[in-house]
Design a protein around this ligand. Sequence first.
Ligand code: ADP
Ligand code: MG
Length: 683
Amino acid sequence: MKLDDKVTKVPQVGPKSKEKLANLKIETIKDLLYHFPFRYEDRSKIENIQNVLKSHQNGKDTQNPVTIKAKLTKIKNIYTKNCKRLTRAAAQDETGEIQLIWFNMHYLKRSLRVGETYLISGKVGTFSGKTSLIVPQMEKEQVTNLHIGRIVPIYHQTEGISSRWLRSRINDVLAGVEEEKFGGLVEEFLPEKLLEKYAHLVLGEALKQIHFPDDFDLLEKARARLGYNELFHELVRVEKVKQKWELQHNPVEIDFDEGILEDFVEKLPFRLTNEQIVAVEEILEDFREGAAGLPMNRLLEGDVGTGKTVVAIVAALANLESGRNVLYMAPTEILARQHFATFAKFLPEKWRPYLQLVTGDSPRRGLSPERTVLSKDSPLITIGTHALLYKKQKYKNVGLVIIDEQHRFGVEQREKLLSYNSDKTTPHLLTMTATPIPRTLALTLYGDLEISTLTEKPRKEAKIITKVVPNSKRKEIFKWIAAKNEPTFIVCPFVEESTHPAFADVKAATTEYETLKKGALKGKKVGVLHGQLSSQEKQKVVEKFEKGKLDVLVSTPVIEVGIDIPDATVMVIESAERFGLASLHQLRGRVGRGKKDGYCFVFASSEEKERGESNAIKRLKNLEKFEDGLSLAEIDLKMRGPGEIYGVEQHGFKNFKIADLSDINLIENVKKDVKMYLESFQG
Ligand code: ADP
Ligand code: MG
């Protein structure tokens, strides 16, 4: 067995589980092994029932689950008056008896045996007047217990795949690792010297401890080791690409007429902001220098609405004028179309016939019907999705590749670009992002990156008013929205409602769409947009919304990057606790883009509230306080780690699950380690 074998090689993982695991992006044994717990429950301390009852009755903290070891004395399935299915049981140890309660789990009665002793772990609460354990976990005592009697890992779950099930499967894989059944499955790759330098756990041990920690100190060490790995691997990739890039020394020459560019800028319907002028200058300077030095590798960073596109257009124009092709890649087809429209509007007349849109579903391979190439000899500007770079059809003589909302700042694409052109020259690369990346972080990770930043919004006639709204005010808000009658987005995390109880309260676009149409927004024209629609269907919905044929668009976060509907005024975000602040900030950037102020109403799932996790609300309230993405990103980084900032698919950083990206010092150290490591291999 190998790490990249399919999960179905793991005992008890069949084709059905395989499908469900795919929802968690788990396809291989490695994915399973690297599906880390998102929290742990300390079920290692066994308490006696008397103490549990006493502390609950004295009103002590009941947030943390408790664990007892007790005999099951009775168990009964009950239907309540309102047809809820309940299971009521009792458990006893030498010190007393406690009630156990489950909902919708009648099957438990068959699997649990009265008279048997169990380890029982759950939250303490009051049920029908009695101190009880609510929905406790049960496990028979064994030599080594998996689910109770230890520090227990809690995993992100999905429908049909519970945390408990994952725990067992991962345990099986780890047991296999230990018995060396999976020979070399997790071979150590770090040199002895580096292991010593940081007193790191060896890889196999770190993986075991992150899932099943013996104690919290070892857990910390495991996280440190595995976080280090993430940085190490990423920096190895970055360093290799960088070295190749530096060796290449063969940038495409851009030989443009400054006068034409000045003329273009002059004729724009607005004046460029100072920051835009600086960014343009920096890019042109890279082109001028490119001939002698390296191809450009520049990140243009700026919040939504700071005017990145026009900067990109000037860069594109410089290329066209010097006879080079330009590729412009957007993350989605909808955005590619919008950029196509923007370019068509701004590009000088002379170049418009040479603008083309390439989409996945255009009937002719490659070229879209929107524009056809007029002349093979003239340079082209081609707009499409990120897939453009990987198309079989080659674009020769490419001077500039622009990537909007790029994963990992084009590290992968750079590799592809190295000898992209038939004469083996390397195009210049401009990546753009609205994801606020702390500058030090970007520079430390992607050392040879240059950065231009836009912070001012040129059209700041409108502001965005953000409110985190308690669910009790929901009706009122929707009444206000109905009366206001302006283009409204409603964003839900899921496409379809989940039947899994853990996600019962997470809003789904399709369900909200049906409910709102008949309920709170009756009489409004409501549309729905999500990733399961075909690209044509998506396109149609967006067009209708743009043209005002829809009042309300219920959507998943597919709208996050870039949809430009200047009239949209109201945004409702449901189950917002599921998003990082930076993502929420980008979502709200969809409204208040025109002259009218935008309103963003943020709701948390009711479940979240009941659990009393007011931390979630506290975190969300930062949206009311901070208007800029960068501050919010930094809060995310501190509170929830990088995965949360850059959690949504479009963004990079998905290779970092536990690395501490706020520790710049560590990153710099790992960078040195990587250089040494590569040198010792490359001699
Ligand atoms: P971004 O891609 O950075 O989110 P866009 O490039 O879409 O932003 O620009 C947002 C809006 O601002 C567009 O409608 C654009 O035409 C307009 N715009 C860009 N630069 C300026 C400027 N200097 N003055 C006025 N409006 C501008
Ligand atoms: Mg943009």
